[in-house]
Design a protein around this ligand. Structure first.
Ligand SMILES: Cc1cc2nc3c(=O)[nH]c(=O)nc-3n(C[C@H](O)[C@H](O)[C@H](O)COP(=O)(O)OP(=O)(O)OC[C@H]3O[C@@H](n4cnc5c(N)ncnc54)[C@H](O)[C@@H]3O)c2cc1C
Length: 471
């Protein structure tokens, strides 16, 4: 267990950022210590809010010398608890939220250099101001920060076309555990000069170094977009419709999101949203094409061909930006609405796309065998094989009693995921939530290499210990 930093160490750390940005008042710390799902509440003697790479470097040098544990934090929207200090109350939170400058926009190179604390929404907006497009898109984009996105290798709504955060990063600036600064802010698309060091920090969840800035890739702004919503008879139809849409659109499908009927019913019940179709269907997808040309026409043809092949039961296409926003609102609502249906046990899993039609019913069956009356609600980024296989509590069951099944229920589903060659964490990472699963899903060779890397980058184990790697 890590030791409480001495009063002298706390004073030295506070001096670097100034008292105003070394938060010690319990009330002011609250936003840095609670998280979205309300599973954990962290405890810390101090939240540090540096404003520059040099300040981060000086903080880590002292932390390394005094063996003080540091928990890096971006927007605090992580869903696996990696950004929170443990309840021991001995760890310092290092918030990157004041490092929020855009350092450079290079429109001709289709790249942008940003500090780690810039919110994802600001990166998107700055790209648009330069007539460019930054495709990473998450429901949390107003709050999450690019350093957090890269540290979790965030996925989201456009992975199908553009890849995850890892694929969108050209270069990094990182402060190492001993305070040394690595300037790897290259903006090259081709650079085969040895090991790809930046890759090690992407998805490392703050365990190997602190990302202070990044060069991200920009793209041409899509000139046209078409968004539709369709009712489908089966999961096989979902997969077949995606193939059809990819073929017919010339790979211009940028998103396809899955909704089960019960998820839509929750939404109709709790929000001001109406069923777009007269008849009910077991599955629905929101599908978006982007690029150029008359994409509404392309999407109309896709749905018509889909209906011809019995893949589509009914469909609608947004005729205006307001209608498009309404369709996307259903995707946002399906996340929010779970909180209103009582306890919800979460799973962020992925399987190969071809396994989806068998995996989802296998998962539902296993979950219902474990807890009859539970309400599985598999939804999400189906085009990436990524299902948020969440389970709402049985009606009438006590919420806390239901949530006490979190771990066992996870295990039930993870067994099915592993049988289908899948991953128990598609996009949210490992953090503390899934850390103890690592020895089950990684081979000894794989875990050994990860431990060696950790020892090499952080020999004193001061960076986010107890996250990602099992003890
Ligand atoms: C409503 C909602 C929807 C979401 N949807 C998605 C989704 O579709 N796809 C998806 O992938 N995620 C999603 N998330 C999860 C979350 O938003 C992402 O994981 C996001 O990338 C986290 O960014 P953050 O800045 O909030 O990081 P934080 O939560 O602050 O930190 C996350 C991890 O990164 C580390 N870290 C943060 N900043 C740094 C840094 N500068 N250097 C080193 N380590 C750092 C932390 O220590 C922690 O381990 C969602 C979350 C919410 C609340």
């Amino acid at each position: 267990m890590t030791a409480m930093p001495s009063p002298d160490t706390l004073k030295r750390l506070a001096t670097i950022v100034g008292d105003r940005y070394a938060i010690q008042s319990p009330r002011d710390m609250v936003p840095y210590l609670i998280e979205w799902r309300e599973i954990w509440t962290g405890k810390t003697p101090m939240v540090l809010r540096p404003s520059s790479t040099e300040e981060v470097s000086r903080i880590l040098a002292i932390a390394n010398e005094t063996r003080t544990t540091i928990v890096p934090q971006g927007g605090n929207t992580g869903l696996v608890g990696g950004q929170l200090p443990f309840e021991t109350g001995n760890e310092i939170v290092l918030s990157l939220d004041r490092m929020n400058r855009i350092r450079k926009v290079d429109a001709a190179n289709y790249s942008m250099t940003v500090e780690a604390g810039v919110t994802l929404k600001t990166v998107q907006d700055e790209a648009a101001n330069a007539d460019r497009f930054f495709p990473l898109s998450l429901e949390s984009e107003g709050s999450c920060r690019i350093g957090g996105n890269l540290s979790t290798n965030a996925g989201g709504l456009a992975v199908l076309a553009y890849g995850s955060a890892r694929d969108l990063c050209l270069g990094l600036e990182v402060v190492l555990a001993d305070g040394r600064i690595w300037n790897g802010l290259k903006s090259l698309r081709k650079d085969n000069t040895g090991y790809d060091l930046k890759s090690l920090f992407l998805g490392a969840e703050g365990t190997l170094g602190v990302i202070t800035a990044a060069v991200v890739k920009l793209f041409a702004r899509p000139a046209a977009r078409a968004t539709g919503f369709a009712a489908l008879p089966s999961l096989q139809a979902v997969i077949d419709l995606l193939s059809l849409a990819r073929d017919m659109s010339g790979s211009r499908v940028t998103a396809i999101e899955l909704f089960p009927r019960n998820g839509l019913e929750f939404t109709f019940k709790h929000f001001n949203v109406r069923d777009p179709f007269a008849a009910q269907a077991p599955w629905y997808v929101l599908i978006e094409l982007s690029g150029s040309g008359d994409l509404d026409e392309v999407l109309t043809q896709i749905f018509a061909e889909g209906a011809e092949k019995d893949l589509v039961l009914d469909a609608t296409i947004a005729q205006s930006e307001a209608q498009r926003r309404d369709l996307w609102y259903m995707r946002k609502a399906i996340v929010e609405v779970q909180k209103l249906e009582g306890g919800s046990i979460k799973h962020d899993v992925s399987v190969p796309l071809s396994h989806i039609p068998q995996f989802v019913p296998d998962g539902i069956k296993a979950l219902l065998e474990y807890m009859p009356g539970a309400r599985p609600m598999p939804f999400g980024h189906v085009g990436d094989g990524n299902i948020h296989f969440n389970v709402s509590q049985p009606i009438g069951m006590d919420k806390q009693q239901f949530l006490s099944h979190w771990h066992e229920m996870n295990m039930v589903l993870y067994d099915v995921v592993l049988k289908h060659g899948g991953s128990i964490s598609a996009e949210h990472g490992i953090g503390r939530l899934k850390r103890d699963m690592m020895s089950k899903i990684k081979s000894p060779v794989e875990l050994g290499m990860m431990r060696d890397l950790k020892k090499m980058f952080d020999p004193n184990n001061i960076l986010n210990p107890g996250k990602v790697l099992p003890e």
